[in-house]
Design a protein around this ligand. Structure first.
Ligand SMILES: [Mg+2]
Length: 280
């Protein structure tokens, strides 16, 4: 029989694991080392089974979507340069863009800086290429064959699920355009099983992203509470979104994935900073 979930704050918890092994609680304010905090989540999943829940954002948190972003850029440049009747002077500069340079950006969503970096000078042209690339990126194309899970994510997610924990995904990807391929990607990587589609929250095109993230996490909070469970960990790469999640799931430990974020807001002080999901 699983023990009841204590009402004490996370920092007061001490978790018993398996054969009497005791895992010390992670002090919420002490910026714990990421692998220790991830292992702590696994210990909680082991202890609480199906009453433990975790919420993950997808792009740039669980999924490295930069290769998809790069392919979208190549397609947009191809359309604008190779297929256009008159070649724009900036096409020569954009002929050999590199995926590696995308990873060097401070903000990996900053397509304009990326394109200017190669010497493209016509702002209207750069903006048109970037806009077209973003449309392709959000179209559903390349999700299945170019997206990849961050290092350690596959094992970490599968271990949580093996303990019976509920793993939710909340992403502002479009249900209409990216839904089918997103579900296929998660299934292909073994982190979504048949019958679990309702654990994936994607955004309807009509809804604004912050509103969607607020609604989705509220729904998850209610669903988990209704079954007597608790969300122990939330994982995001955008500071503003993490704040929204923390409002709706105040007892969960927040994890912030560094590397790529669209906005420059401050990161919640009590968040655990992650670079990947490796456990040691
Ligand atoms: Mg994200």
């Amino acid at each position: 029989m699983r023990p009841s979930i204590p009402s004490a704050s996370f920092s007061a918890l001490v978790v018993s694991v398996g054969l009497g092994l005791t895992v010390p609680a992670i002090p919420a304010a002490a910026a714990p080392v990421a692998p220790a905090a991830l292992n702590h989540m696994l210990a909680l999943a082991h202890q609480y089974g199906s009453r433990a829940a975790f919420v993950f954002d997808l792009d740039e948190t669980t999924v490295d979507s930069s290769p998809r972003r790069y392919e979208a850029m190549l397609d947009a440049i191809d359309e604008a340069c190779t297929r256009a009747p008159v070649k724009h002077p900036d096409c020569a500069a954009l002929r050999y863009i590199k995926l590696d340079d995308l990873y060097r950006l401070r903000n990996r969503y900053d397509d304009l800086t990326y394109l200017r970096h190669y010497g493209a000078k016509d702002e209207a042209f750069v903006e048109a290429v970037a806009k077209r690339a973003f449309d392709i990126y959000l179209s559903g194309r390349y999700i299945v064959d170019k997206d990849r899970l961050y290092p350690g994510a596959s094992l970490f997610l599968r271990r949580l699920k093996k303990e019976g924990a509920l793993v939710y995904f909340v992403s502002s990807r479009s249900i209409e355009r990216q839904g089918t391929n997103t579900l296929r990607f998660l299934s292909d990587h073994g982190v979504l099983r048949p019958g679990e589609d309702s654990l994936v929250y994607l955004k309807p095109d009509v809804e604004a992203s912050p509103d969607f993230k607020r609604r989705a996490t509220k729904e998850i909070a209610d669903r988990v509470a209704n079954r007597g469970g608790r969300v122990f960990g939330i994982f995001e790469n955008e500071p503003e979104n993490l704040e929204i999640w923390m409002e709706n799931l105040p007892r969960a430990l927040p994890f912030f994935m560094v590397g790529a974020y669209q906005h420059e807001g401050p990161v919640a002080k009590r968040a655990v900073i992650l670079q990947d999901f490796r456990l040691n």
